[in-house]
Design a protein around this ligand. Structure first.
Ligand code: PGA
Length: 252
């Protein structure tokens, strides 16, 4: 079954608001003729409102890189789902490995964020993936199962229509080492199997699973040609208009 490819740029802690506008202008002119790929950019929080304004007349949609699970309150430094909605976000990345690694995110806290995002009408891009050590210890499948079941605990089949998964092997992020298309497809097939077990075949065949980890213009087409790879979550190569659009064109 044909799933609409989704290419998302995770800008991480890059680009000031002024730089955001310059990059978006570069993307907009290059993206005018692209209609069959869903395009998402995820700038930092301080750039979201101006990015939403800049993207009004384009097909590129906006996402955030994280959010807290409470809607408001005394949580200094946090950002809520209603704030992201109001700022113009459609998507929110949750559980990125950098959040897990440096900021103490667990499957449980990712799950709380998932519930809040969906309740407030944001579409979560939930990231999962094993470390190099876990892969070498042959624990990849076990780790993926724990992350999928933990992160999606209590999410209904109906809600799954708004969920995107991103398989990002930690050893491939920002390292220039990409999973081979076969390695990625194997992990994606396993993840889709977990979704089938939990939600049935219809949900499993509809859910989009992005690959992330050193996706570049030169490897995107081969990765995206795999049956179970429905898009890409792009870090470094999304910071330049030419290379991000080249990845999107590879997806077309
Ligand atoms: P990368 O990052 O493309 O720079 O490897 C991907 C990600 O962390 O989402």
């Amino acid at each position: 079954m044909a799933r609409r490819i989704i290419i998302a740029g995770n800008w991480k802690m890059h680009k000031t608001p002024a730089e955001t506008l310059r990059l978006l202008n570069g993307l907009k002119v290059r993206a005018v003729n692209i209609s069959n790929v869903e395009m998402v950019v995820c700038p930092t929080f301080v750039s979201l409102t101006i990015a939403a304004e800049a993207l009004k007349d384009s097909r590129i949609v906006l996402g955030a890189q994280n959010m807290f699970w409470e809607t408001e309150g005394a949580y200094t430094g946090e950002i809520s789902a209603p704030m992201l909605k109001d700022a113009g976000c459609t998507y929110v990345i949750l559980g990125h490995s950098e959040r897990r690694q440096y900021f103490g995110e667990t499957d449980e806290t990712v799950n709380k964020r998932m519930h809040r995002a969906l309740a407030e009408g944001l579409k979560p891009i939930m990231c999962i993936g094993e470390t190099l050590q876990e892969r070498e210890d042959n624990r990849m499948f076990e780790v993926l199962e724990r992350q999928v079941t933990g992160g999606l605990a209590g999410i209904s089949a109906g809600q799954m229509a708004d969920v995107v998964l991103a398989y990002e092997p930690v050893w491939a992020i920002g390292t220039g080492k990409t999973a081979t298309p076969e390695q990625a497809d194997e992990a994606h097939a396993y993840i889709r199997g977990l979704i089938a077990k939990a939600y049935g075949d219809t949900v499993a065949s509809a859910i989009r699973i992005q690959y992330g980890g050193s996706v570049k213009p030169g490897n995107a087409a081969e990765l995206l040609s795999k049956d179970n790879i429905d898009g890409a979550l792009v870090g470094g190569a999304s910071l330049d208009a030419e290379s991000f659009i080249a990845i999107i064109k590879a997806a077309e």
